[in-house]
Design a protein around this ligand. Structure first.
Ligand code: CTP
Length: 432
């Protein structure tokens, strides 16, 4: 239908981007599940404000009234959301008007002007993402490969289209890594040298808001980080990012040394154990371990630059205080009840963070003790309950109030310290 509508208006329509790449890569194209389809329409529209992409999307919405239409006027793009069936999920179709983006200064928002499909493809990140398939007649089905994308798909190479690609958009460094690891491709040597050059030239400073125009870039960096850190291949991807020194985009001092690598993997194993239902955002927790590795003064700023949620920013800002409190107090507390009282002030991610970070290269008894005690608290002690609860106390004739709460606290303390272990001893304890 989209092709027909385009043809009626004398326009060309193309399938572009990831969908073409994934279709060409798939052994069985029928098994490719496309969730995101990018179309580019090359056509002139009388109104400079609307653009052919938007008009085409509106025409499609008339044919399929159930779909949702979003128009991003500034860039002359429109998105249509189809809710397919419950098994297949939803389908986004983005329709853009063929355009070039030129960058008046690096990493700025692209300015848009109507142009031909070749120029539209030239502004893209990698050759394998710069292929297009024509959907309109004549020659519908023809593959447009201006930059050698097909050959790179066959020889499994991630290659940029021009030397400035990473300077224009540093988040492409993360995309290069993501595609390389996900598709099992190699970052082509020249492209790798462009990445290293962009990093060495301090491109990451733009992301860290130094030039006062960072937000859009940081949002994109955050979404690339999310993509990578939530993927099953996050470990090799993180290693490749570190190898390219690209973690400096998060903060110039961030390095994945052996200690951090150990922490991030141990943290992950802890999350699997303590949060199997994934109530926490695991990708974000992994990012927190990286940020926590920075000097305390940088943590809150990096987390808020990356627009992490408020609880996450707060956790990272207060981590140093929590860590000092716990590591200094814990070894001095002999009673289980005292330990529980101290640790229950902190939430699960904070405690796991502190436990995994508590590892000295030189063998040190107190850090080991801290880790073991946090571990026992999380696995056992935090779940211990007194033999009597509030309802039991009411049944014994006590009335809720200040003293009531004190009795409950005292019951828990006595249980933790093994002074009482059943109902009978608990009742005797309360009576006393
Ligand atoms: N693109 C780009 N530079 C970026 C982001 C995107 O050039 N920083 C281009 C790429 O050509 C990409 C297209 O925009 O193919 C669509 O982007 P996106 O949907 O993020 O990527 P896909 O290639 O579709 O990848 P995925 O399958 O992971 O969604």
């Amino acid at each position: 239908k989209a092709s027909q509508e385009a043809e009626k208006r004398g326009w060309h329509l193309y399938l572009v981007g990831g969908a073409v790449r994934d279709l060409l890569l798939a052994e069985n194209q029928k098994q490719v599940l496309l969730e995101d389809i990018d179309l580019v329409v090359d056509g002139f529209h009388k109104s400079a404000d609307v653009g052919a992409g938007v008009e085409l999307a509106k025409a499609l919405q008339k044919i399929y009234p159930g779909v949702r239409l979003e128009v991003h006027g500034q860039f002359q793009t429109a998105a249509l959301l189809w809710h397919k069936d419950p098994d297949l999920g939803s389908l986004w179709i983005d329709i853009a008007t063929a355009r070039t983006e030129f960058y008046p200064y690096p990493a700025a928002n692209p300015e848009v002007e109507a142009s031909s499909i070749r120029q539209d493809l030239y502004r893209r990140d990698f050759t394998i993402n710069a292929l297009a398939m024509r959907l309109t007649k004549p020659r519908a089905g023809e593959l447009l490969d201006f930059f050698g994308g097909l050959l790179d798909l066959q020889s499994r190479q991630i290659r940029v289209l021009h030397a400035n690609s990473f300077i224009e958009d540093p988040t492409r460094i993360y995309r290069a890594v993501r595609f390389a690891v996900r598709l099992n491709f190699e970052i082509e040597p020249q492209t790798e040298s462009y990445i290293r050059y962009a990093i060495a030239s301090g491109i990451y400073e733009q992301i860290q808001g130094k030039n006062g125009r960072a937000p859009a870039l940081e949002t994109r960096l955050k979404s690339e980080l999310k993509y990578i850190l939530q993927a099953p291949y996050w470990k090799p991807a993180l290693q490749l990012l570190a190898n390219l020194e690209a973690l400096r985009c998060i903060h110039p001092t961030l390095e994945l040394d052996e200690k951090l690598w150990w922490e991030v993997r141990l943290f992950d194993r802890c999350l699997q154990k303590f949060d199997p239902q994934k109530t926490l955002e695991h990708w974000q927790m992994r990012l927190e371990v990286l940020i926590a590795y920075l000097a305390p003064d940088f943590r809150g700023k990096v987390a808020s630059n990356l627009q992490l949620p408020a609880d996450s920013i707060e956790r990272l800002e207060n981590l140093d205080k929590a860590e000092t409190n716990i590591t200094q107090s814990l070894p001095k507390l002999p009673l289980k009840s005292e330990i529980v009282q101290l640790l229950r002030q902190y939430n699960l991610p904070t405690l796991i963070l502190i436990a995994v970070r508590c590892r000295d290269v030189v063998y040190n008894v107190s850090t080991r003790t801290v880790r073991q005690k946090i571990w026992r608290y999380l696995t056992e002690w935090s779940q211990i309950k007194a033999p009597l609860n509030g309802n039991d106390l009411k049944a014994l004739g006590y009335k809720p109030g200040k003293q009531f709460k004190e009795i409950l606290d005292a019951l828990l303390t006595a249980t933790l310290d093994e002074k009482i272990d059943n109902r009978e001893s608990a009742e005797a304890f309360v009576a006393e």
